[in-house]
Design a protein around this ligand. Sequence first.
Ligand code: DC
Length: 361
Amino acid sequence: MFSNVIAIDGPAASGKSSVARLIAERLHIPYISTGALYRALAWKWFGLGRSLEAMNGDGMTDFLNSTRLACKCAPEGGLFEVEIDGQCPGEALHTQEISAGASRIAALPEVRSWLLDVQRNMAGDRRIVMEGRDIGTAIFPDARHKFFLTASPEVRAERRLKQSGEPFDEAALKRVAAEIAARDEQDRNRKTAPLRQAEDAIFLDNSAMDLEQTLQFIMDAVKEKDIRISRNTVLHYRVPYADTDQMGVVYYANYLKYFEMFRTEMMIAAGESYQKMEEHGYALPVIEAVCHYKAPARFEDILEITGRVAECRGVRVKIECEIHCRGKLLAEGYTIHACVSREGKPVKVPPNITVLWEEKK
Ligand code: DC
């Protein structure tokens, strides 16, 4: 099992937050910008009248224990806001003072370990985009998708300066690039959670790419891996007593339920659950179901259920299934579904299903 997170790590101004927000919008899922969590802690700290230097003192444990961090994420992407002790600091998180405070507070092991569970709980087991510095290495080392974004210090300096909206010259560009390079050095070499690429992350230097190209690169990689994982879905299921009949074997109708359980897993693995698909206005009622029974399954057997999208034509989709136990084929069959809109009108099978179509292995 993978965690369903799309992790995007990388240094400052590498385009992480912009791309994370856009991916969330395209995939209709929430996103979390974890830098904002460190920033919110710094905001509260300074708001209590405490100094930057005092962050390294004794008061941090009590400070963390009295803090409640939450985030407001739109389930369909687009919006992300941090709430600290019931307040949303919003734009106040993006001042120079808060950046310096966030950087200092982020280097404290105690803070990072406190935020570990906070971040995991915020994500839960949903499909979500999370960007930061250590998502793929420390927070979700088992994330299904991991990316490490970077760009040259000069390109990042230009992005930073453009972001500020102020006019700037060559000298300012050089100065900010040097600051960024120095900060990278510090982030890579700090003792606690140094910034580094997870071994299994996809590396992308987007110095010569614009935001749309970066977005496309990540979307393609996500889609390609989702399809691969979905096509290899194997559902293991231990037969409960409740599934058996008076003859002590699995009641024949249950095999259709197992087919349905497989379809659910296959779609979740592909990145869009059946429930999400319904929310987007599609339904796939069964119009034909076939099952060939080869051998019985019994109480406590572990079934291995596999299958595939075997055909997509117009408004119809055929999904095949096989059920094995200890290497022996117990049942095989298929269901044919008509794709209908919320109003019950036949509509073309949506792309998230057609991309899964494959020939039998
Ligand atoms: O991405 P940002 O600039 O908003 O991050 C603010 C600070 O928090 C920055 O100094 C890096 C740090 N940070 C971190 O150490 N780990 C994260 N997962 C996210 C941010």
